[in-house]
Design a protein around this ligand. Structure first.
Ligand SMILES: Nc1ncnc2c1ncn2[C@@H]1O[C@H](COP(=O)(O)OP(=O)(O)OP(=O)(O)O)[C@@H](O)[C@H]1O
Length: 350
C-alpha cells in the first residue's frame, strides 16, 4: 500500500503478498442480484405474457425478434438470458452474442461484429446430438443508448439475417428506438413488480442466505425503497447486511440514501419562513440529498389526501422547476428554499 501511495502502481511483490507467499484472501461474497438471477424462465416473477411467449419458443415454436422495455430491475435481461440457456444449453456461449452499453456499439460494431456473428452458420443439434434451434441470438442490452445511425444499420442486418439470427433488444425507453426496428419486433412491456411478489422473492432470498428479516416491517421498507425494482431491493438488503451486520428498516433507509418520511412531511407542512430556514439548514447539515427529497416529495404530494388540487398543482409545478435546476447544478439551499416558499404560500392559501 505504501508503495502504491508513492508510485501509484502496485508492485509484483505486493500483488503476490509482501513476503512473496500466496495470501489466503477470502473471496468477496457474490452479489445477490447475480446469485439469485433466475435460472429458468419459470423463475421469472410476474411478466406473464413474455414468459408465455418464451415458453412456447422453448417447446418448438419459432422465436420472433424481441423488444423488451420497461423500468430497471424488472427482469428483462434475466428473462432472455434464462431463455437462451434453456434453448441452447451448453452451447449458449457459441450461440449468443450479448452487447451492452459499456461495449462500443456504434455503426462500425453493428456492421462488423453483429453482422459477422449473424452470418455464421450453425447446426440444429447440440454436441450431444440433442436438437436445438438452428438460429443464433443477439442480445442488445440498453439499446436506447445506441445512436440512430447504429440503429439504422442494425435494421438492415436484422432484415438480411432474419433466417439465421434472432435479435432481442432491451431498453428502458422504447420511444428512443427507431420505428423501423420496433415494427420488426414483438414488443413486451415489463411492468414494475407487484408488491407482494417482491416481498415473497426477497423473503426467499433472505431465507436462503440465513438472514433474519423479522415479521414484515423490514421487507415493507425494502419494497417502499425499491419502487418495483427488484435489483434495487436486493442490493439494498445485501448492503445493509454487509455494512451493519443485520437488516433493519432504519438501516435500509441509511444505505439507500432515502429521506425519512417524517422529514418529507415536515418540509411539506412548513407554514412560515423561519421554520423553512431552520429545516433547510438542518436538512443539509445532516447530509441528506435535495434531489432525493424532491423525488419523494413528488410522490407524497400526488398521493396526499389532505392537499387540495390547487395546492397540489402549485407545489408540483415549482417542484418540476426546482428538480430541473438541481440537475443543471443549481445550489441545493436555493432550490429547497424556493420550493419551500411555494409550499408556505400553498399551505396558507388552500
Ligand atoms: N421479474 C423478475 N423475476 C425474478 N428476479 C428478478 C426479476 N426482475 C429482477 N429480478 C432480480 O433483479 C436482478 C436484475 O434484473 P434484470 O437485470 O433482469 O433487470 P432488467 O429489467 O434487465 O434491468 P435494466 O433495465 O436495469 O437492465 C436479477 O438478477 C434478479 O435477481
Amino acid at each position: 500500500m505504501q508503495a502504491f501511495l508513492k508510485t501509484g502502481k502496485i508492485s509484483a511483490s505486493e500483488k503476490a503478498g509482501s513476503s512473496g507467499v500466496k495470501t489466503n484472501k477470502k473471496k468477496p461474497p457474490a452479489p445477490w442480484v447475480e446469485k439469485y438471477r433466475p435460472k429458468t424462465i419459470d423463475d421469472i416473477v410476474d411478466q406473464g405474457e413474455v414468459v408465455q411467449v418464451l415458453r412456447e419458443s422453448l417447446s418448438g415454436s419459432d422465436l420472433p425478434h424481441l423488444l423488451f422495455y420497461g423500468p430497471p430491475g424488472t427482469g428483462k435481461t434475466s428473462a432472455i438470458l434464462a431463455a437462451a440457456r434453456q434453448l441452447f444449453g451448453d452451447i449458449t456461449r457459441d450461440r449468443v452474442l450479448e452487447l451492452n452499453a459499456s461495449d462500443e456499439r456504434g455503426i462500425q460494431v453493428i456492421r462488423d461484429k453483429v453482422k459477422s456473428f449473424a452470418q455464421l452458420t450453425v447446426s440444429s443439434t447440440k454436441a450431444d446430438g440433442k436438437p436445438c434451434p438452428s438460429y443464433k441470438l443477439v442480445i442488445l442490452d440498453e439499446a436506447d443508448s445506441m445512436t440512430n445511425a447504429a440503429q439504422a444499420a442494425l435494421r438492415r442486418t436484422m432484415e438480411r439475417e432474419t433466417r439465421t439470427t434472432r435479435f432481442c433488444l432491451i431498453c428502458n425507453y422504447v420511444s428512443r428506438i427507431i420505428p423501423p426496428i420496433t415494427s420488426r419486433c414483438s414488443k413486451f412491456r415489463f411492468k414494475p413488480l407487484a408488491r407482494e411478489n417482491v416481498i415473497k422473492r426477497l423473503r426467499e432470498v433472505c431465507e436462503s442466505e440465513g438472514v433474519d428479516v423479522g415479521d414484515g416491517e423490514v421487507l415493507e421498507q425494502a419494497v417502499h425503497t425499491c419502487d418495483g425494482d427488484l435489483r434495487r431491493a436486493l442490493t439494498a438488503l445485501q448492503c445493509c447486511q454487509r455494512l451493519l451486520g443485520k437488516i433493519t428498516a432504519e438501516g435500509l433507509i441509511e444505505v439507500t440514501g432515502l429521506v425519512p418520511d417524517h422529514l418529507v412531511n415536515e418540509y411539506l407542512s412548513v407554514m412560515n419562513y423561519n421554520e423553512l430556514e431552520l429545516f433547510v439548514e438542518k436538512f443539509l447539515m445532516d447530509a441528506y440529498s435535495a434531489s432525493q427529497l424532491l423525488e419523494q416529495l413528488s410522490a407524497t404530494v400526488v398521493s396526499s389526501g389532505h392537499l387540495t388540487n390547487k395546492q397540489k398543482c402549485e407545489i408540483s409545478e415549482k417542484l418540476a422547476v426546482c428538480s430541473h435546476r438541481l440537475l443543471d447544478g443549481g445550489a441545493e439551499v436555493m432550490q429547497l428554499t424556493d420550493l419551500g416558499c411555494t409550499i408556505i404560500m400553498a399551505n396558507n392559501n388552500p
